[in-house]
Structure formats: structure tokens, C-alpha cells
Design a protein around this ligand. Structure first.
Ligand SMILES: [Zn+2]
Length: 143
């Protein structure tokens, strides 16, 4: 039997923390959260960095999503590779999975070439440099 009911669609507005664009996504209201598909719906605001994508709804959404998850993944990796003195174990489960509390709040920004820069914690120049190299190696800048 075909479902004749039109599917209820929700619209969510997203303000990424990587730029000043504002985007809207559409998703089916009764979809499972894990399987939910976010479809680009509308561009509400465009920042100067993404102005060239103004006419390209899908390209605009994709560029911002990619930039934002690039930043999130890079920060997650920096946190994961922090030396022990910058984190404290707050929980450990039966399987040995450890939850950390980080004593370092990652400061990140984009440089004038719009490459992601993450400021390492201030624990000596050498370690700061190796931390930056790590980010550059595994998270090459956007072009
Ligand atoms: Zn933008």
C-alpha cells in the first residue's frame, strides 16, 4: 500500500561557527536521527568568503559543511594527541575506553589564505611546533 500522506518536512537553520553564512536544511520529520538526510533548502546569509557560491545552493552548503567538519576533525585530533599533562581522565568503562577532560581550549582561526590554524597549548615551543606540523600534515589547508 502506498503512503498517500505527504511527508512532514522540518527546516533547520544552521549558523556554522566557521563563517557568517546562515543556511537552512530540510529533513523529514519522522526520519530516524541516525539515517536522517539533510537536504540543502535555502541560503539565508552569505559571508564574504563564500560570496562566489551565492548562486549555487548545493555547492554553497557543501563548501561550508566541508570547511566546518574539517575544523571539527582537526580539533578532535589535536585534543586526542595532547600530551598527558594537558588532560585528565574523568571516566573509564569496562572496555578500557577513556573519557578525558582537556585543560586546553583549542583556539582556531583562518589565516588570510583561509587555511585553518590551531593554536597549540602553551607548553614549550618545540611541542607547539610539532603540534602545528601534525595539523598541517593531516589537515592540509583548503584551496
Ligand atoms: Zn560563509
Amino acid at each position: 500500500m502506498a503512503d498517500e500522506q505527504p511527508k512532514k518536512i522540518n527546516i533547520t537553520r544552521w549558523f556554522p561557527d566557521t563563517c557568517n553564512c546562515a543556511l537552512e536544511y530540510a529533513w523529514e520529520a519522522d526520519s530516524n536521527e541516525d539515517e536522517r538526510i539533510h537536504t540543502p533548502h535555502k541560503v539565508i546569509d552569505t559571508c564574504p568568503h563564500h560570496d562566489h557560491l551565492r548562486a549555487d545552493l548545493h555547492g554553497h552548503h557543501a563548501a561550508i559543511h566541508e570547511e566546518n567538519s574539517h575544523k571539527n576533525i582537526a580539533i578532535a585530533h589535536v585534543l586526542e594527541h595532547l600530551p598527558d599533562e594537558h588532560k585528565a581522565v574523568i571516566a573509564q568503562d569496562d572496555k578500557g575506553n577513556i573519557t578525558h577532560w582537556f585543560k586546553y581550549d583549542p583556539h582556531w582561526s583562518f589565516n588570510e589564505k583561509r587555511e585553518l590554524e590551531i593554536a597549540p597549548p602553551s607548553y614549550g615551543r618545540l611541542h607547539g611546533v610539532s603540534c602545528l606540523l601534525f595539523v598541517l600534515l593531516f589537515f592540509p589547508a583548503y584551496s
